[in-house]
Design a protein. Structure first.
Length: 133
């Protein structure tokens, strides 16, 4: 089995409405997402996939969809006012935890037909969540 990993960095804001601590307040992070791709065989260039192609697909989606956005739970009372103000907001059916964002990126990579095997979402340099099937 061959594996490659491309890391994508982006900034975002969120909050966890049900959280008992400081994460219940609006705040931001500089995330790093490690996208692991796997294949039993290499392509005609002897690669799992060109790193630039990974960046041009899922990296581009992250840049266009999540980067410098406020990512909020659909039931967050801040969602409607921020949207009305014209702020770039992404609503999710679940709280925007590192775990749910790792799964979101994994699922989007699959939609883009990438042979994704694992996504590691680093919310801070010391804290990460992993999603794989």
């Amino acid at each position: 089995m061959y594996r490659i990993t491309r890391t994508v960095h982006f900034s975002y804001g969120h909050r966890l409405v049900k959280h008992a601590g400081k994460c219940a307040r609006l705040h931001g992070h500089n995330a790093a997402v490690e996208i692991e791709l796997s294949s039993q065989k290499l392509d005609e260039q002897d690669m799992v996939m060109d790193f630039e192609q990974v960046n041009a697909t899922i990296g581009h989606w992250i840049s266009q969809t999540l980067d410098h956005r406020m990512i909020l739970w659909d039931n967050d009372p801040a969602l409607a006012p921020l949207t009305q103000m014209g702020e770039p907001v992404v609503g999710l059916p679940e709280h925007p935890t590192a775990e749910t964002l790792a799964r979101l990126i994994f699922e989007e990579a699959r939609k883009l037909r990438l042979p994704v095997s694992k996504v590691t979402f680093w919310e801070t340099p010391n804290s990460s969540a992993v999603y794989h099937e």
